[in-house]
Design a protein around this ligand. Sequence first.
Ligand SMILES: NC(=O)C1=CN([C@@H]2O[C@H](COP(=O)(O)OP(=O)(O)OC[C@H]3O[C@@H](n4cnc5c(N)ncnc54)[C@H](O)[C@@H]3O)[C@@H](O)[C@H]2O)[C@H](O)CC1
Ligand SMILES: [K+]
Length: 520
Amino acid sequence: MIRAHTAATVREAEEPLLAAGEPLMARAACALTTEVARELRARGNRVSGSSVLLLVGGGNNGGDALHAGAHLARRGCQVRAALLTDRPHPAGLSAARGAGVRLHHVLQAEDVAGAVLDLAGRADVWVDGLLGIGARGGLREPLAGAVAALAEERAAWPVEPLVLAVDVPSGIGVDDGTIPGPVLPADVTVTMGTAKPGLLLPPAAGLAGRVEVVDLGLGLDALAPAACTLTATDVADLLPVPGPEDHKYTRGVLGIAAGSHAYPGAAALTATGALRTGLGMIRYLGPEVPTGLVRTRHPEVVTVPGRVQAWVLGPGTAPDDAARMEELAEHLGEAARTGVPAALDAGALALLHEETELTGPAVLTPHAGELAQLLTARGEAVTREEVSAAPARHARLAAEITGGTVLLKGATTVVAAPHGPLYAQHDATPWLATAGSGDVLAGVLGALLASYGDVIADGGDVLAGLPATLAATAAFLHGRAARLAAGLPAEPAPTAGAGVPITATDVADALPAALRTIPR
Ligand SMILES: NC(=O)C1=CN([C@@H]2O[C@H](COP(=O)(O)OP(=O)(O)OC[C@H]3O[C@@H](n4cnc5c(N)ncnc54)[C@H](O)[C@@H]3O)[C@@H](O)[C@H]2O)[C@H](O)CC1
Ligand SMILES: [K+]
């Protein structure tokens, strides 16, 4: 699990160490130096003789950059420092000066951005030490103008420089992953002590490049993270493996109320997603046409009512289908009465547009537009674009308003419960943006909720966070299945090819292959 902590938590953890004289900045600077050298060699460049530009802000982030610049100068790099502050870190400045770093007081230039661009044009490496966890809002001038010019210039260059961000790419929302102003996208972010939520949460996470965490001995492992990302090892611990005493009822029975005359296929895709993930049995309840389709595709699915350990409600249904909405509302009421978890997708989300309080464990699976509709219906008028610009904040808000867990679908899936860590899962591929993939995801989620349904129903507050963990697990499996179906490696890799077009059925059919990549 990749665990991220807020700026305030990091500061609190740093304090006693700094007070005890721990050389945190020295450790940070060494880690930065090592990473720059590693990246230069990986690009076939010699360290000695390479040119490095330090972008230096007025705080300790700039201090890290200046100390690293001094180390690089001593290793033979040509190092220049663009001082975008009139109060550079004193010890860092002295170390840089002593090592022969060329200092440029660019604030004195008439055109600050032009002066920075001129220096940048001569550098193989840009070290972004403008702003770290001391950021207050988006970058202010003149840093904003300089960074916007660098970001634009870099994209236009035939051979892009290596951009290495100190702690975080300057100007991102460190705790919420927003992009409140100009940011210089990084190839590598060397983050101090622990990952920050803004390095996991979209859209800022997309600007961080590869994230390397430097161990500063902050001792945060025992602390619940503010945000996290599940890895294959975490998922392995969550996937149920049946034993000799198990039978279909102990493995979990999932009720699926999905599909309609207008969208019968969603019922089959949801059932396929659940079956390929693994569970005891499915009870499908729906209109005649989708029922016939489900029976044909999956003769093992039962189509009569009975006890279930979880529900999937809504794929392939529309809010204007009043009769279907009535049926979904009854199933939701039954889930609440029995305390079993319910996944609410598509049309079922409209059940929450009223002031209904979810009384049982539920996981909502909206995309940004559906979340904007739900929040607006509940009095928080927002647009799809506003949700996409701050997905974590809006997912958490919807979780607090409805009492449910929100799995917000997108290039990166964000999961938020009313309390507890946020999850950010980057496992998917853009090929997943195809009709029906959400139905398959609902089935994957339903199978996991059914497997743990009795535990969740009996677990009370102790297991209040389990639906969120299972939702993140579902996103992990769904994204990995899509990658394998598209001919991409299970683990996202920058060197991977483009992949090939896939269908929702391909994704569902690739779930067993995705499960086989999990080290169990
Ligand atoms: N504490 C330590 O010894 C270590 C810290 N680490 C590094 O230090 C930074 C955090 O440093 P801090 O001085 O608290 O803040 P910053 O350097 O991030 O920035 C403060 C600096 O920036 C100005 N500023 C704030 N908001 C904005 C804005 N929106 N636009 C422009 N300028 C802004 C503010 O006025 C200050 O001048 C941390 O990230 C680490 O990199 C070490 O790594 C570990 C030891
Ligand atoms: K930075």
